[in-house]
Design a protein around this ligand. Sequence first.
Ligand SMILES: *[C@@H]1O[C@H](CO)[C@@H](O)[C@H](O)[C@H]1NC(C)=O
Ligand SMILES: *[C@@H]1O[C@H](CO)[C@@H](O)[C@H](O)[C@H]1NC(C)=O
Ligand SMILES: *[C@@H]1O[C@H](CO)[C@@H](O)[C@H](O)[C@H]1NC(C)=O
Ligand SMILES: *[C@@H]1O[C@H](CO)[C@@H](O)[C@H](O)[C@H]1NC(C)=O
Ligand SMILES: [Zn+2]
Length: 471
Amino acid sequence: MIPLIFLFLGVLQLLPSCSGRAVCEDVGPLTTLKEIKEEIAGYQDAAKAIIDLAVCGKAQNRSFERLALFVDTVGHRLSGSKNLEKAIQIMYQNLIEDGLENVHLEPVKVPHWERGQESAVMLEPRNHPMAILGLGSSVGTPPEGIIAEVLVVSSFEELQRRAPEARGKIVVYNQPYKGYGETVQYRVQGAVEAAKVGAVASLIRSVASFSIYSPHTGMQSYQDGVPKIPTACITVEDAEMMARMASRGTKIVIQLKMEAKNYPDAESFNTVAEITGSKYPEQVVLVSGHLDSWDVGQGALDDGSGAFISWEALSLIKDLGLRPKRTLRLVLWTAEEQGGVGSLQYYQLHKGSISNFSLVMESDLGNFMPTGVGFTGSDKARAIIKEVMNLLQPINITQVLGNGEGTDINYWIQAGVPGASLMDDLNRYFSFHHSQGDTMTALDPTQMNYSAAVWAVVSYVIADLDEMLPR
Ligand SMILES: *[C@@H]1O[C@H](CO)[C@@H](O)[C@H](O)[C@H]1NC(C)=O
Ligand SMILES: *[C@@H]1O[C@H](CO)[C@@H](O)[C@H](O)[C@H]1NC(C)=O
Ligand SMILES: *[C@@H]1O[C@H](CO)[C@@H](O)[C@H](O)[C@H]1NC(C)=O
Ligand SMILES: *[C@@H]1O[C@H](CO)[C@@H](O)[C@H](O)[C@H]1NC(C)=O
Ligand SMILES: [Zn+2]
């Protein structure tokens, strides 16, 4: 998942849906909300069949087991890596073998960065090797490393106040975790802000809701005209310890070595498969997750699980012999972690047919026990989504929260297309996010089967309604 968007939107993430606001009864010139409610109530049997197949039937555990085989075989899938290339070829075969339609790859140029070997050792006040992960797109250090004294700050404001002390130092950010959306700015802009005041490197406290001494990597951005300094994340534990040492007036010296390097852009692909609509094949409900990951753990949660429950949604619908009126399109994005590179290219290629996109969906916030969906769209569209979520009463996952944004669907949402994001326990998600802990062990087949059920019911019913979702 990508920081920049969360920077602005993360704060809204958990706001309740627009309670209190009047919901317009009239959803279109032809159809009243009452009529649509009746139409949606007619999907109870279909929803029940999807839920039964996902959680009790022969499909039980399928998305979990498919994902386990995939990530155990391929491993993590960094943009520009051989692993990602292999992952895309495997998924292409998987989708064809699953009997989905119009399976194809759409070429995308993606960033290619490699971390190489890296280390950080505290030399003063005592010798202490630290766990680090270089941040995506960071430059490396000279081969002998950088040895410098540390300046610990807890915020950008403190850095500004103490700017004269920063020259020639390694700035360590010990910013408190105030939710991903708010805190991730330290990862994204930490190096630039430190370089502006003359620092030679920066280390950030990992942006994580919980830590057992694990660094959490992610993307960072340089700025034109500001020196590019090496930057990495450290553990919450080491950041707090250095803050304590600094507050006692103890001098801290670190040696940082990073081989990180940026290479020319690489070839990659967005992976696409469909169930073609029976009546309005040009009209689309897009269901998605991203196939790339960071180069740590297995990328099982982020976003293997989102990609695989999106695939599962189409598999479930196909297995039940259902074919919605509109096309259900699965897109497995490439290079999401580098800033939604694959999804931007997809938007630019396909925005000409934006009027035929009914709903864009993305699952990229983990697949723990889902609580519902986040939704962005008009009040009219929201009222319809609420009715559709009522079909999930049998598994009690009916919430419609305030914000449907996701890195890969935001281009569409900002251009007015309704968007939905699968919601679950974000605190749990950001305990594993972008760390070596992002493996199958963090996932649970029961919770994935619920996620797939929600995803399949919402995408199927919206794709099959008589009319597109109102804007
Ligand atoms: C699904 O996974 C659970 C937990 O791993 C296991 O107990 C159960 O037997 C599996 N069910 C099937 C049908 O494979
Ligand atoms: C949208 O789909 C309709 C048919 O449903 C088609 O006639 C029209 O050309 C499409 N519009 C765009 C912009 O692709
Ligand atoms: C249904 O889910 C809500 C939260 O979305 C929870 O408060 C409630 O207790 C659940 N009901 C049952 C019967 O599990
Ligand atoms: C999937 O969810 C259902 C809940 O309806 C549960 O009964 C079933 O055991 C789950 N499957 C697995 C493999 O846990
Ligand atoms: Zn992600």
